[in-house]
Design a protein around this ligand. Structure first.
Ligand SMILES: C=C1C[C@]23C[C@H]1CC[C@H]2[C@@]12CCC[C@@](C)(C(=O)O1)[C@H]2[C@@H]3C(=O)O
Ligand SMILES: O=C(O)CCC(=O)C(=O)O
Ligand SMILES: [Fe+2]
Length: 371
């Protein structure tokens, strides 16, 4: 997927020696208005909690559960997914090994400042903010070999084989989850083969984002990873099992008129599935693309490994015709993943709104007015 390019990241990497700091430097202090909008403390316990779905159940049980989770939360945790704990521990250990390297060493694999996607650096969305994130990232598109060689010229293999095995596991799992999601929209197995975004799934280059959030002396003054939606169809996240950090913005319509940040509790061996922007598009807006962020902890560091599952680069993703209500028409045009990403690098959280089509009913009204 070399056609993916997200540029505009800060060329100067402010690489901190996190451990030496006993307060947050100005470069990482987030303005109170941004933090005020989304306070990191005072999280009201939600009246319902995020769905946890055990994939060992029968498909007939899973399909409605998955559908409801995607419509109401845009995210859910999965257990019984078949990815062995050994593999989750392995990928976490290799991620830990990478981020434990000395700063100067990690910078050898720095993401190319003029528009690179792969390599070491702040998360790509960091270019939208004047303050830096309390985190480090490492992005792998396809093979990790080139960058891993720069980090460990003589022993890059352990890292690469862990990432490869993990990506393979995630690829199979993402297919399974996507099929359940499509079935919940009313598509049959045959429909999925015909129209589904899974065409060429095996050839899609895996995208992995490794995130490291060091302990922070003043966690309420900074941000690990600011609120965003993922561009993918779905993202599968493994988070370290003892520290909370991932939060979802959830709108609990029954009780609370305002959306609230809800913590995603780490559960040993469970994985988090996020609905991304592209699935929101193919479901014609029925599935909720979830706004999420990561906050940091005073005492503990945290690691997460996110697998972004998207369609083949040339595949145009648009609302699936069979599920579009003819009275309203499609809410979005067809778009490829690389095209969507290039818009996202300019518009960030406004991207979906920028391509949304007026409702067919409204279009007809407007057309009548012109006549
Ligand atoms: C395939 C993808 C998806 C990307 C861009 C590109 C490679 C890295 C991904 C992330 C990972 C971190 C959050 C995010 C928001 C970011 O800053 O970089 C993601 C972004 C997206 O989902 O838009
Ligand atoms: O650290 C986390 O749990 C979230 C990571 C994330 O949202 C991402 O990589 O896109
Ligand atoms: Fe994300």
């Amino acid at each position: 997927m070399h056609s993916l390019s997200v540029s505009g990241q800060p060329s100067l990497l402010c690489q901190l020696e996190w451990k030496s700091l006993n307060q947050v430097p100005d470069s990482h202090i987030w303005p109170p208005d941004l933090l005020h909008h989304h306070p990191t403390s005072n999280i009201i316990p939600p009246s319902s909690s995020m769905p946890i779905i055990d994939l060992t159940a029968a498909d007939s049980v899973l399909i409605p559960l998955v559908g409801r989770a995607c419509e109401t939360w845009g995210a859910f945790q999965i257990t019984g997914h078949g990815v062995p704990l050994r593999l989750l521990d392995l990928v976490e250990a290799q991620t830990c090994r990478l981020f434990s390297l000395p700063s100067a060493h990690k910078l050898r694999a720095q993401r190319c400042p003029s528009g690179g996607v792969t390599g070491y650096g702040p998360a790509l969305i960091s270019s939208f903010f004047s303050k830096l994130f309390w985190s480090e990232g490492f992005t792998i598109v396809g093979s990790a070999q080139e960058d891993a060689r720069k980090l460990w010229p003589n022993c890059f293999n352990d890292f690469c084989s862990a990432m490869e095995e993990y990506s393979k596991g995630m690829k199979d799992l993402s297919r399974r989850v996507i099929v359940l999601m499509l079935r919940s929209l009313g598509l049959s197995e045959e429909d999925i083969d015909e129209v589904g975004p899974l065409r060429g799934h095996d050839e899609v280059e895996p995208v992995l984002q490794l995130n490291y959030y060091p302990p922070c002396p003043e966690p309420d003054r900074t941000m690990g990873l600011a609120d965003h939606t993922d561009s993918s169809l779905i993202t599968i996240i493994h988070q370290s099992s003892c520290v909370t950090g991932l939060q979802l913005l959830h709108h609990d319509e029954s009780d609370n008129p305002r959306p609230q940040w809800v913590e995603v509790p780490p559960i040993l061996g469970a994985l988090v599935v996020n609905v991304g922007d592209l699935f929101h598009i193919i479901s014609n807006g029925r599935f909720h693309t979830v706004i999420h962020r990561a906050v940091v902890d005073r005492t503990w560091s945290r690691i997460s490994v996110a697998y972004f599952c998207g369609p083949l680069a040339h595949f145009k993703v648009g609302p699936i015709q069979k599920i579009v209500d003819p009275n309203h028409g499609p809410a979005y045009p067809g778009i490829t993943w690389p095209k969507y990403l290039s818009l996202k690098k300019k518009l960030h959280n406004e991207t979906l709104a920028s391509i949304r089509l007026p409702l067919a009913a409204k279009r007809q009204d407007d057309e009548k007015k012109v006549l």
